[in-house]
Design a protein around this ligand. Structure first.
Ligand SMILES: *Cc1c(COP(=O)(O)O)cnc(C)c1O
Length: 393
């Protein structure tokens, strides 16, 4: 039996335009943070309708810096979600604060706003929502809760550059919104990140924190020649280089096309899966004429069959991943926060059933159909096996 053609989970769409832009940067003297980074910052701020943007080396760094700039640290608590990548919570730990987890909505995996208020204590300083898979959280409701308790909001928008809900976009209602340009994100330069903010004073603090707390940078030196600089705050080394910025610049023009392509793939998957028992799709509709950013295409496999389906798809040449097993049950967080299975039942149920299917802008629609066929085959096999096991028991 010949094995069926492999279907990749993800493939970036960087090409000639990016090569050309990197060539341009390499022909110039400033490889570190300079005018190409500033151009990305302008494009990102304009795209999101935000006043300021700052490019950094990762979303993790952007979250960490945002917490520091808001004076959140030891003794403070930050409310966030267990259904996320670990970096959301490790950024809180990097700042010296304590993540306080709150369970998620069963139809989206986003923070359940009805449970947030009960988790607020006198030590709570901020809420750190994640716009999971590209569907924005209910930010209007979260803003009202935060205002009632004098809390900051920092948005983990790693999945959600293009998202919009009830007229708000990432950064509209949070002190900052943080983005990732990691290898598989909707905008990518391999490794990188950014944040946006409408708060001018916060932006100035973040600029210092991004670059050692130094009052001058290499691009200031290139513009005006050497002048003495000072260090006025403890800073980090989070600045993005012009080389990464060159990889990002041409992608802004493609953002609408890329989103349209991913939307078409998501629709094809959703239509196919509507006829497939045993599989559910997270909510795709966004309230208030919103926009789903379609970063990933996760499904929920019923009946405790997720790992069997994952194995069956791997054997059939379909690359899949899990986004995410809830972080409170990972060894480190379980030890640190003392959580037990059962603490966040919705996140646990989603984490045990979730599977992300292949999904990227240049993915052929025919590959969606192939994934759907192989998924149907796999489910058939898994259900038959579980029936056999049940009748033998
Ligand atoms: C990718 C990701 C991050 C981390 O991004 P980096 O740029 O790799 O630091 C944070 N949160 C979420 C939800 C992510 O998916």
């Amino acid at each position: 039996m010949t094995s069926p053609p492999k279907i990749s989970f993800y493939m970036h769409d960087l090409g000639a335009a990016e090569v050309e832009m990197v060539r341009e940067v390499l022909s110039q003297p400033i490889l570190t943070t300079g005018i190409y980074v500033e151009r990305v910052e302008r494009l990102l701020a304009d795209y999101l309708g935000a006043r300021h943007a700052l490019c950094v080396t990762s979303c993790t760094g952007a979250l960490h810096m945002s917490l520091l700039a808001l004076d959140i640290g030891p003794g403070d608590e930050v409310i966030t979600t267990p259904m996320t990548f670990i970096a959301t919570a490790t950024a809180i730990l990097e700042a010296g604060a304590r993540p306080v987890l709150v369970d998620v909505e069963p139809d989206t995996g986003n923070l359940d706003m009805a449970l947030v208020e009960a988790a607020i204590t006198p030590r709570t300083k901020a809420i750190l929502p994640v716009h999971l898979y590209g569907l924005m959280c209910d930010m209007r409701r979260l803003r009202a809760i935060a205002d009632a308790h004098g809390l900051a909001i920092i948005e983990d928008a790693a999945h959600c550059v293009e998202g919009e809900r009830d007229g708000a976009r990432p950064g509209t209602l949070g002190s900052t919104a943080c983005f990732s340009f990691y290898a598989t994100k909707n905008l990518t330069c391999g490794e990188g990140g950014a944040l946006v903010t409408n708060d001018g004073a916060l932006y100035e603090r973040l600029r210092l924190l991004r670059h050692h707390g130094m009052t001058k940078t290499a691009s200031d030196r290139a513009r005006e020649g050497y002048t003495h600089w000072d260090m006025t705050a403890m800073g980090w080394k989070y600045n993005m280089s012009n080389v990464e910025a060159a990889l990002l610049l041409p992608q802004f023009e493609r953002l609408p096309r890329s989103l349209a392509a991913r939307r078409a793939l998501a629709q094809r998957y959703a239509e196919g899966l509507a006829r497939q028992p045993g599989v559910r799709v997270p909510r795709l509709a966004v309230s208030g004429d919103g926009i789903h950013a379609h970063h990933l295409f996760p499904v929920w496999i019923d009946g405790g069959h997720r790992d069997a389906v994952l194995d069956g798809l791997k054997r059939r040449g379909v690359e899949v991943v899990v986004n995410y097993r809830p972080i409170h049950l990972l060894t480190y967080f379980q030890g640190l926060l003392g959580h037990q299975p059962g603490d966040f039942p919705v996140a646990e149920a989603l984490g045990e059933s979730v599977l992300s299917l292949p999904f990227y802008p240049a993915m052929p629609l025919a590959h969606v159909d192939m994934v759907l066929e192989r998924l149907a085959e796999t489910l058939h096999e898994v259900q038959a096996q579980s029936l056999t096991l049940t009748s033998q028991a």
